[in-house]
Write a protein that binds this ligand. Structure first.
Ligand SMILES: Nc1ncnc2c1ncn2[C@@H]1O[C@H](COP(=O)(O)OP(=O)(O)OP(=O)(O)O)[C@@H](O)[C@H]1O
Ligand SMILES: [Mg+2]
Length: 236
């Protein structure tokens, strides 16, 4: 069997002495959508930070496309093909939408105009506001800017920490549709979601994380069908 595109295995580590991640493992194949769900404080954002290199791991390894990148900085990981949208502070509110996208292209030395156009094509609402400050946009539009910004480096793996936080159900569905569209182009998606049911619906693989460890791992459909998972994590 081919190796998964992202393989983050047995990650252990935290912010101080106590570990937040207790052997967490996450893998994503090329073009797959992987979804992490779990209670508040389970370590979902911490796991994302660890995959992106923002956390020193005490144990475990992160491999991308077969290459061990465990020791690389976040910026080096961007060069290797990772894009990350953090849970908070994921846009520059006092810069225009277009400037936000340009900032996203910071590592590019080639012409990124075409990528900006692709982002506008993906998110027409954002295109309409390109000259406005990002801070003036609605919650859903801001999240689109944040995702667009991450797409500017043409990542092979797009990591999204709660992309639908604070948006209405309709905007959430819309955003999920766009994420599916991105995955269909061959980009792998690793996403944390509070809207667990809706996210598992579109997940090729789902992870239920509890106290920094994998509690359940299965296809999104199988997790949704598991009575124990439903009762404990999906509200029945
Ligand atoms: N920068 C930090 N410094 C110290 N502790 C932190 C830091 N960030 C998070 N923690 C702690 O790590 C634990 C896991 O937090 P994390 O943000 O990863 O959870 P989460 O699963 O993403 O939760 P949520 O669903 O609320 O976003 C929590 O106990 C939190 O207090
Ligand atoms: Mg979080």
């Amino acid at each position: 069997m081919a190796e998964p595109y992202l393989s983050a295995s047995a990650m252990r580590g935290g912010y101080g002495k106590a570990d937040i991640l207790n052997g967490c493992t996450l893998t994503v194949d090329q073009g797959q959508i992987a979804v992490i769900v779990g209670p508040n404080g389970a370590g979902k954002s911490t796991a994302m930070k660890a995959v992106f290199g923002m956390l020193n791991l005490r144990e475990g390894a992160v491999k991308l496309g077969g290459e061990d990148i465990t020791r690389l900085t976040p910026q080096e990981r961007v060069h290797k093909g990772m894009g990350f949208v953090p849970q908070t502070h994921n846009i520059f509110p006092t810069m225009t939408v277009e400037e936000n996208l340009e900032m996203g292209a910071f590592i590019r030395t080639d012409d990124y105009r075409e990528t900006i156009e692709q982002v506008y094509h993906l998110f027409p609402a954002v295109a309409d506001k390109r000259k406005q400050n990002a801070g003036e946009l609605s919650g859903g539009q801001r999240q689109q800017v944040a995702v667009g910004r991450a797409l500017m480096t043409k990542p092979r793996l797009l990591m999204l920490d709660e992309p639908t936080a604070g948006v209405s159900p309709i905007v959430m569905d819309e955003l999920f549709d766009r994420i599916i569209e991105v995955a269909r182009t061959g980009i792998s998606i690793l996403m944390v979601e509070q809207n667990a049911r809706q996210a598992l619906e579109i997940a090729d693989i789902g992870y239920v994380l509890v106290q920094g460890a994998n509690r359940y791992t299965d296809s999104g459909k199988a997790l949704m069908a598991d009575p124990e998972v439903r009762r404990t994590f999906l509200g029945g």
